[in-house]
Design a protein around this ligand. Structure first.
Ligand SMILES: [Zn+2]
Length: 262
């Protein structure tokens, strides 16, 4: 069953747990090597030997006037681009059904970024039909430019089919989806990473701006797989400062607990 979720600024926010498990051996490193490096002072305060069991959360946002927004589409099925490193295939469709939502009811999909654990559930099993047939799929233009240059398998698996179906929206910077829902740029983990603010930062669905609780203990503990660690650290510090000032909620993709009160 889905997490019960919470309501902020009138928007019902429901975490959908797509998967749980450790990172595959192809990319897994000891925790201190992944966050900040073994000499980072945070490792004097946090257990460096604790295993990292990732959760993969997508988020469902429902407004009082009937908007249904999905933030991220998770790992996708057994043939997805994430299959090489992800612990198990995603179960987003089951979670969505358990939350009482049919795929055709989703009107907007916000892809925080184009990594295989956040966008691979965007297409149906045939690989060409959008999994959410009535939705616009929202990404930052800079993310698409970066992906085109990278030659990522997500180009063929996600971007080109969505573009061919006419449902991909490339935007630049802030986008107002509803009076109480804004999408805004949070670059660093990837160049076009974006997050979703509910109300006046009462809750922010922040994708991979903060990946592991060690980055709450010290936001300067950069992630080895960030595209640009200095930018990512600045973004993380700004977001955490804003949420702390407003006593807001941080909603992350990979924490065990989907919501963190700041
Ligand atoms: Zn991720």
């Amino acid at each position: 069953m889905p997490h019960p979720g919470m309501v902020r600024a009138g928007v019902e926010v429901t975490p959908l747990c797509d998967a749980v498990g450790p990172m595959g051996d192809q990319i897994a490193l000891p925790l201190p090597q992944m966050f900040g490096g073994p000499d980072h002072p945070v490792w004097a305060r946090v257990d460096p030997a604790a295993p990292w069991v990732l959760h993969f959360h997508c988020y469902l946002l429902r407004t009082p006037d009937g908007r249904t927004v999905l933030v991220d589409t998770g790992l996708g099925g057994p043939d997805s681009p994430a299959a090489g490193w992800a612990p198990v295939p995603g179960r987003l469709a089951t979670e969505l059904a358990a939350a009482g939502v049919r795929p055709e009811q989703v009107d907007t999909v916000v892809l925080t970024h184009l990594h295989s654990d956040h966008a691979s559930g965007s297409l149906a099993a045939d690989g060409s039909t959008p999994a959410f047939p009535n939705a616009r799929y929202l990404v930052q233009r800079t993310e698409l430019d970066w992906l085109e240059a990278s030659g990522s398998p997500l180009l063929d698996a996600v971007v080109r089919p969505l573009r061919a179906a006419g449902c991909l929206d490339a935007r630049a910077g802030e986008v107002t989806l509803a009076p109480e829902i804004k999408v805004f740029a949070t670059p660093g983990h990837t160049p076009g990473h974006q997050s979703v603010a509910i109300g006046d930062h009462q809750l922010v669905v922040a994708g991979d701006v903060v990946l592991h609780p060690v980055q709450l203990a010290d936001p300067t503990a950069g992630y080895v797989y960030d595209d640009a660690q200095p930018t990512a650290t600045l973004t993380r510090q700004r977001l955490l400062a804003e949420l702390t000032a407003r006593h807001g909620i941080l909603a992350t993709a990979h924490f065990a607990e989907p919501f963190t009160q700041l």
